[in-house]
Design a protein around this ligand. Sequence first.
Ligand SMILES: [Fe+2]
Ligand SMILES: [Fe+2]
Length: 178
Amino acid sequence: MIALDKLAWTTCSHVEADEAGALNEWLAAAPNATPAHGQVGCNIWLTDMANRAPRALKNDEIIDLGGKKVRWLDTPHVPHNWDAGLIYEETTGTLFSSDLFTQFGACPATTSGDIVDAAIATEKAVPFMPPTPLVAPTMRRLAALKPRTIALMHGPSFQGDGGAALGALAGYYESRPN
Ligand SMILES: [Fe+2]
Ligand SMILES: [Fe+2]
């Protein structure tokens, strides 16, 4: 928990209602927070849509929150949208994966079980990842971080070998028929 007047930053992966729909409500509630995003996001929507001037983050730029270090990763079109990025918290090894590994239905808050099969089933049912050659190398880059936790937006937080899970999902996208 953090007092709202101590909240220094807001960010999200990409422009979409479930990611950024409450942006200005957050900025109103947190008077000292600065909205941050990659340069593309600032250019194509955030500067115009936020009620407060944003800060553009460079790829791999780290913000030290004081005890936690958050790295911004440009991941264009992964999971979707040109402005997409993800954040990785270095001290805990936590990747906030946005829509990656989305699964349907009720789930526990955390799991150490398999999250890859459900992610592939979701992609087959409602394909959301664009067929771009950027997908697999981007996911391989995320795998190389070897996250110990993958914090899903739509599913349980996964605790375990995040590099293996990301590598397996990258393998699916490499072999996926376009
Ligand atoms: Fe999304
Ligand atoms: Fe989402």
